[in-house]
Design a protein around this ligand. Structure first.
Ligand code: AQP
Length: 329
């Protein structure tokens, strides 16, 4: 029997090349190897306020982008988290075994809480919901970007605590990071992770950015005062551009060094822009085709939720039995 994999993206803004290189590209590569479940994690998105109409349309846009990058709904279940109620149900049960101190230590919580006037309880609970997403399907691996590694460690801690309190219940999920592209940095501020919620015009390349705009953002990316690429002393901005190129191209580090060492920054940027655009163009074409088919994306989400629902129900039943909660005979 194939092992199971789960991962998700929040429909909280415009998906960018960081989401693609850190997560989605990996998903496409492994979807045939595992029983694959890919979630549009809308319950996570609402841990900070989202405009309701915008959120609804972003769920569909994200699902269409999943398919445009190559996720195949025949091989993989593509589903919206909120349409499988067991995610929230299991999250509550896991909340009850999770010490608050573990959650308060999470770096993403600390960073996001600072940006809010009022911190909702959901923001603190975010990693417990993420643990529930993963443990609900007894996923053996979880392919994510580097920023989620801490949440994955916490997921294993929660699973272990549950198993030791109530007996072996959960599979321990392994973190699966891409070798290159696990942390794409902002083009304008290369010391900060490229992020959906950072609004600077030159910060991120969205997967659906108009091609000219994407090119301009790369040409204006922050570098440093050196004139040309020096692998012995790479500044953060140049390193980020090289990483983006390498992650898209699949070139070895040796080939990268041979090709780019000594190249002037202007030429480096042109080549990075061409590489990014060569990947964005076909993806955007597929996206437009998918969105042009009335009702198609909804039908994929419906079918995905129906496919995963029996796993979700059986895990919740098992957890309820383990905890002594009432289950119908
Ligand atoms: N910059 C990045 N480099 C590599 N991987 C990244 N991921 C996110 N940013 C980068 C990975 O993409 C997947 C989905 O991320 P998410 O939607 O759950 O949320 P996020 O990590 O919070 O993404 P953003 O873009 O930073 O959104 P904000 O900050 O607005 O909530 C995950 O696997 C993530 O690791």
């Amino acid at each position: 029997m194939k092992k199971r994999v789960f991962s998700g993206v929040q429909p909280s803004g415009n998906l960018h090349i960081g989401n693609y290189l850190g997560a989605l590209k990996n998903w496409v590569e492994i979807q045939g190897e595992y029983e694959s479940i890919w979630g549009i994690v809308d319950l996570h998105a609402v841990t900070v306020y989202q405009d309701p109409a915008e959120l609804r349309s972003k769920v569909l846009e994200t699902a269409a982008l999943f398919m445009a990058v190559g996720l195949d709904p025949k091989q993989s279940a593509i589903m919206a988290q909120s349409s499988v109620p067991e995610h929230a149900e299991l999250a509550w049960m896991l909340t009850c075994v999770t010490p608050v101190g573990w959650l308060e230590r999470m770096t993403q919580y600390k960073a996001k809480a600072l940006a809010q006037e009022t911190v909702g309880d959901g923001l603190l609970q975010y990693p417990v919901l993420m643990a529930a997403d993963i443990l609900l399907y007894q996923a053996a691996i979880v392919p994510v970007g580097d920023d989620q590694a801490q949440h994955l460690e916490l997921t294993r801690d929660i699973a272990q605590r549950f198993n030791s309190l109530y007996g072996e219940t959960f599979v321990m999920p392994a973190t699966h990071l891409p070798i290159v592209g696990s942390r794409v940095m902002g083009l304008d501020e290369p010391d900060k992770k490229m992020s959906k919620s950072t609004t600077g015009a030159g910060h991120a390349i969205a997967l659906l950015d108009p091609i000219d705009q994407a090119r301009k953002k790369i040409m204006r990316a922050t570098t440093d005062s050196n004139p040309a690429v020096d692998f012995a002393a790479l500044g953060a901005g140049v390193e980020n551009l090289l990483n983006i190129f390498q992650a898209f191209s699949g070139w070895t580090s040796e080939k990268m060094r041979g090709h780019f060492h000594g190249m002037r920054y202007g030429d480096l940027k042109k080549q990075v822009a061409e590489m990014v655009i060569a990947n964005l163009e076909p993806l955007q074409k597929r996206y437009r085709e998918i969105m042009a088919e009335p009702g198609y994306v909804d039908s994929v989400l419906k079918e995905g939720a129906e496919r995963v629902s029996p796993f979700a129900k059986s895990t919740v039943r098992l957890v309820k039995e383990r905890m002594g909660l009432y289950t119908e005979a």
